[in-house]
Design a protein around this ligand. Sequence first.
Ligand code: PD2
Ligand code: ZN
Length: 300
Amino acid sequence: MATRSDQRTPAGASTAQPARQSITPELRDWIAEQASAGCSPAALRQSLRAAGWDDDVAAQALADALQAPTSNSPEAHHRAPPLAVPAPLLADSPPFLDAGDRQVGVLLTLAQPRLVVFANLLAPEECDALIAAAAPRMARSLTVATQTGGDEINDDRTSDGMFFQRGESPLIQRIEERIARLLNWPIENGEGLQVLHYGPGAEYKPHYDYFDPAEPGTPTIVRRGGQRVGTLVMYLNTPEKGGGTIFPDVQVEVAPQRGNAVFFSYERPDPSTRTLHGGAPVIAGDKWIATKWLREREFI
Ligand code: PD2
Ligand code: ZN
C-alpha cells in the first residue's frame, strides 16, 4: 500500500480510542490521500480497522471521503468547520498582556477580522539586534509559489528578506517564546521568523497569508504543518513616512512603529475572513519588519 512517509497511520486513530469515534476532516483527508496514491478501499478499510477504528465508522469514513471533496479543496472550505487559531487572552479587556518576560500593551482590537495591535512587544535593542543579524543575509524577497509549492520572486513584493531558523540564536528563541505565550500558540507551530526590508517606494501589495485551496501547490505546502492560521508583523523601525500595514476590506491602516506589532488570525483559508492585507509603499525612509506566521500544527 502506498503511504506518505510522514503519516503512516490513519489520522485521528490511536491505540486508545474514545468510546464514540467521529469522522474528522483529518481522517477524511488521510483516506483521500491514500486513495489517490493507489490504495484500494478494501486495503484502507483494513488499515483503519487495524488502527482501532470501528468497522462501521471506517466504512462510513471511506464512503464519505471517497465521494466528498477534502478539506483542502476549494469546494470544501465553505462547509469546513473553522480551524483553531492563535488567540491572545483578551476576554476581560486587559491594557497589558503578560508575555512571560515582558508586559505587552494592547492598543487596538478588532473582531472581524480578528486583529490586535500590540505595543512594546520588542525592546528597541531587540529590534536593532534583529536588523543587525538579518542585514548581511538579505536577498530579494521570495513568496511561496502556489503553483508548485516552491519559492519564487514576486513583483507584488518589492522588498528584501531573509528567514531565521526557529530558535537559531538566544535572541530568536527568547522572542519566539514570548510570541508563543502572547498568542497562546505552540512555539513548534511557528514558521521561522522572516525579516523584510523595504526601501523608499517598496511595498507589498494586498494578499492573503493563507495558502489558497484552489492552487495546485497547496497540498504540498500544507503537508508541512498544515494551513497558516495567523500572522504577527513586528515593526523593527519607524519609517519616516508611509509603510503602514493596510487591511483594505475594513479600511484599517496600522502605523509602523518600532517595537509594536499587528496580529491577525484566519480560521479558514477564505476571503470571508477579511484578512486581505498589504504593506503600503514606503514614502520616505525605509521599513524593517519581522513576520511570524503560525501554522495549524508543528512546522518542521
Ligand atoms: O510589511 C507589512 O506591513 C506586511 C504587509 C503584508 C507584511 C506582510 N504582509 C507579511 O509579512 O505577510
Ligand atoms: Zn502578508
